[in-house]
Design a protein around this ligand. Structure first.
Ligand SMILES: C=CC1=C(C)c2cc3[nH]c(cc4nc(cc5[nH]c(cc1n2)c(C)c5CCC(=O)O)C(CCC(=O)O)=C4C)c(C)c3C=C
Ligand SMILES: [Fe+2]
Length: 429
């Protein structure tokens, strides 16, 4: 097989592992091949789809029409940060995004952000803890929050006229127990990887690059069972022991991603076309209370069986729920206050859920675990997707007895960048 354009595009369309590249080119040294064959630029043309990583060592292309980390198949770990911008200069902001873009492209290829050890009289460019580690499917996704546009009635960067109508603080929902320390932010970075050290390294270096321009506001790590621990690659289970992530838009369907995930021309300002809105909720789960709850009650809470993940009344995980099915007593088989019935609604509002569990030691106020779900979801129009769904859930979801929403934020995730361009180009230029 030679490196003709068709083969290269086929590779770019698939996920490309280092081993694939080496096999295809028949020579050693990824850097050499990327440079010599032009594969790097082919990779940059298309964002990888969800079709799954075969190994944990692959490269997810950073450049593309869309940012990676949205329709990318979820990796084992997330390191999520929200930032406050401290500079008041717009040029600083666009410079920051240019520097972030270059650094991110390098790190997603498993490379350092600069020379590892060059001048003994200066701190090294790269912090070093990812040296020798594989790219681990690292994705880095950037978003901008409503407060970047207007804060305390100030048009901070002359961007007010570019603020999308959809990019406003979420309404207060019944039962919200939000804490300032987990809420809001001018910018966000979602780094996902199959290795936590790789994800942390990425965020750490980006924060370092932001020195003098932006600072950390809040940070949250998250995990799923690792792919190595689950050879059957089943739907991951959340900390309540239920399969979580069964029903989601099909990210391999162009129709579905355009309908539910990517911002389309005419939806709002042009700069966000091919971007997506991210809603983040830090939801504490009272796992000790749950563990004292009987199985029937647990299953009625979700409206699904714990073991199989099937909707109540059905056999298999991916069977369609029958919301009209009744018991002999006349009661609904899938209870009216169950999580799946309420979140499903009439089925027209769909969001791409990409949630991770978190376990942050203990809640000092109660002595219980501070554990739960870092709920991350992407969508085209929050006012027609997350907000109505969450309104229904907040009113009467049985799950509310076992959870508490402690943090919240909304961001517009920028469109992807071409090689030579930068993330945020459409907004800042
Ligand atoms: C507003 C959106 C949602 C929040 C907040 C939310 C919190 C939350 N969910 C679970 C566990 C499960 N959720 C499941 C399904 C499901 N959840 C939402 C939305 C929110 N969940 C949607 C849109 C759906 C799919 C509905 C459908 O059409 O069927 C499930 C069932 C399995 C699955 O499909 O993934 C579980 C389990 C927790 C634990 C939680 C907060 C801590
Ligand atoms: Fe849910």
């Amino acid at each position: 097989m030679t490196n003709n354009p068709t083969n290269l595009e086929a590779l770019a369309e698939k996920k490309v592992s280092r081993r694939d590249i080496l096999k295809t080119a028949g020579i050693g040294g990824v850097g050499v091949i990327l440079g010599a064959s032009g594969l790097g630029s082919v990779l940059s043309l298309k964002e990888s789809k969800a079709s799954g990583p075969e190994s944990n060592h692959e490269i997810v292309p950073f450049y593309g029409e869309y940012q990676s980390g949205i329709t990318t198949k979820p990796q084992n770990h997330v390191y999520f940060v929200s930032l406050d911008v401290t500079t008041s200069k717009r040029e600083d902001l666009s410079k920051l995004f240019k520097d972030w873009t270059k650094a991110s492209a390098l790190m997603t290829e498993g490379k350092a952000v600069g020379k590892l050890s060059s001048n003994e009289f200066l701190p090294p460019d790269d912090t070093g803890e990812a040296a020798g580690l594989s790219p681990s499917n690292l994705t880095i996704t950037f978003g901008v929050g409503p407060s970047l546009f207007v804060k305390d009635n100030q048009d901070r960067f002359g961007l007010k006229h570019k603020q999308p109508k959809e990019l406003v603080d979420l309404p207060a929902f019944p039962l919200d127990a939000l804490e300032e320390e987990w809420t809001g932010g001018d910018l966000c970075i979602q780094a996902c990887a199959d290795d936590l050290q790789v994800a942390f390294h990425a965020v750490r270096n980006l924060i370092r690059i932001a020195r003098g321009k932006a600072t950390l506001r809040w940070a949250q790590t998250g995990f799923q069972r690792s792919k190595e621990a689950d050879p059957k690659k089943e739907t991951p289970r959340n900390l309540f022991g239920f399969k979580d992530g069964t029903v989601n838009p099909d990210v391999d369907s162009e129709k579905q991603v355009n309908e539910h995930i990517w911002v389309q021309p005419g939806d709002g300002p042009d700069w966000l076309v091919n971007g997506s809105y991210l809603v983040v909720r830090r939801i504490q789960m009272f796992i000790e209370v749950w563990d004292r709850t009987n199985l029937r009650e647990q299953e009625n809470t979700f409206g699904r069986y714990r073991d199989s993940g099937a909707p109540l009344g059905q056999k298999n995980e991916f069977d369609k729920p029958d919301f009209n099915q009744k018991k002999e007593t006349g009661e609904e088989v899938i209870p009216v206050d169950s999580h799946v019935r309420l979140s499903h609604g009439d089925g027209t509002q769909q969001i791409l859920r990409r949630a991770y569990s978190y376990a942050d030691g203990m809640d000092l106020k109660t002595g219980s675990f501070d554990a739960g779900l870092l709920f991350l979801c992407f969508q085209r129009t929050p006012s027609k997707q997350f907000i109505p769904i969450q309104n229904r859930l907040a009113k009467m979801d049985k799950l509310n007895e076992y959870t508490s929403h402690r943090g919240s934020a909304i961001f517009a995730c920028l469109p992807g960048a071409k090689q030579g361009g930068f993330i945020g180009e459409t907004l800042f230029n």
